[in-house]
Unconditional design. Structure first.
Length: 146
């Protein structure tokens, strides 16, 4: 049986997404770039404004055979990979948040610098933790496809 999944990604993420999905046995069935532009009028108080909304993304359609060799293991690895990606957002400790608030109130410039520092530090740590877990999953998934 063939299963399919559709993903909407930024044009700059198209090849990256294809590369990741390939590790889990997915094949690109179609790729379609969507460029839409919608204009309408809005009234704000006594003024009438023309408002334009633009949307640009790539719709990727993938397929894979559920009867391929090692399907259950590959699908499980894909679920693990997606769970790690979803949970790898930076987390702030209560003491970090409290210190940022105190510094923002009393020492705004230092508070901003500290906040930026903590954000990048936590983002880097979250990325490193996720990266350490994601590499082996991709490697094992690739080996199961062979």
């Amino acid at each position: 049986m063939i299963e399919t999944v559709s993903k909407k990604v930024a044009p700059s993420q198209e090849q990256y997404t294809i590369n990741i999905m390939t590790n889990f046995g997915w094949r690109v069935k179609s790729s379609q770039e969507i460029n839409s532009k919608e204009s309408h009028l809005e009234r704000r108080g006594d003024e009438l404004y023309s408002v334009t909304s633009k949307e640009n993304y790539v719709k990727l359609l993938f397929e894979r055979d559920t009867e391929m060799k090692n399907y259950a293991q590959i699908a499980q690895l894909e679920r693990e990979y997606n769970a790690i990606c979803a949970s790898s957002k930076p987390k702030f400790e209560k003491k970090q948040i409290l210190l940022m608030i105190v510094l923002l109130i009393f020492l705004l410039p230092i508070g901003i610098i500290y906040g930026v520092y903590v954000f990048f530090k936590n983002t880097k740590e979250a990325g490193e933790k996720a990266g350490a877990k994601l590499g082996p999953i991709l490697q094992k998934a690739r080996s199961l496809l062979s």
